[in-house]
Design a protein around this ligand. Sequence first.
Ligand SMILES: C[S@@+](CC[C@H](N)C(=O)[O-])C[C@H]1O[C@@H](n2cnc3c(N)ncnc32)[C@H](O)[C@@H]1O
Length: 303
Amino acid sequence: MTQQKARHVPVLFEVVMEFIRVRPGGTYVDCTLGLAGHAEGIVRQLGSAGHLIGFDRDPEALELARTRLTRVCEELGSQAPQVTLIGEAFSTITEHVNPASVDGLLADFGASSLHFDEARRGFSFQADGPLDMRMDTRSGPTAEQVVNEMSERELANLIYEYGEERRSRTVARAIVRGRPVTTTGQLARIVASAVPAMKHDKKHGHIHPATRTFQALRIYVNRELDEIRQLLEAAPSLLKPSARLVVISFHSLEDRIAKDSLRDGAQKGIWEILTRKPVTAGEEETDVNPRSRSAKLRAAERK
Ligand SMILES: C[S@@+](CC[C@H](N)C(=O)[O-])C[C@H]1O[C@@H](n2cnc3c(N)ncnc32)[C@H](O)[C@@H]1O
């Protein structure tokens, strides 16, 4: 494991463990294994009759998660639970998980530190790499295809909708003029020269002008919001009565979907909401893990 990966810390770990409330012998689903930090916490509490089902559509993340969880299970010996890992999008969950069979379901949305730390994955504007941004590297268009093949108008709409970038038309015009765009560094420079830096944000420090454009492309390339909608739609049918759902969002588009879906479900008598307001990380955590600054956790119990 490289130093970068070793530094990965799961966000809101204690809060997740408290809300997911692992019952020994139960069945738990981690929809977003990543580097398996949360999954390890669950596996350690499940006991030999328990079952963890984990999803990650990124083959590289899935292998790292497998290595980590295998090591943990070896350590637990006869107390190790059953572990099933699935290398597919969590929107396929109903194909793999039986109705009313789950005691807890966790989803920690978005990209992982693996994606941001490895320049070759093309997620980061801070390190130069190919403009890829696919979590599932086996399929789908890359960000490079999107920026070079979309019309200026479509590109502007995408950056506006998924990046919440008010200056989306200016950005799209600059991208089209700069084509062909093939690297993250080139795209970051094009955006930075087209629009001035966002004003200094006290909480988050300096925001790079390309932040919103990169977010928009990533969401589009990975169909991130549709994935979340499909998962939240499927969740009630998968959970047993009094089972728990825990979701962590990293930007307002994700959190809005989670908030609306839980509120609608609560009105229909499906959910009891456990977090009236989303739980956020304390200073102690944000100091050591800057990514946790934007995390918002919501939890609900199936009625
Ligand atoms: C924020 S990370 C999760 C980190 C993890 N909780 C941990 O403790 O290491 C999100 C992970 O979910 C995966 N992912 C994101 N969207 C997905 C989807 N729709 N289906 C399956 N995996 C997804 C990403 O590839 C990434 O590895």
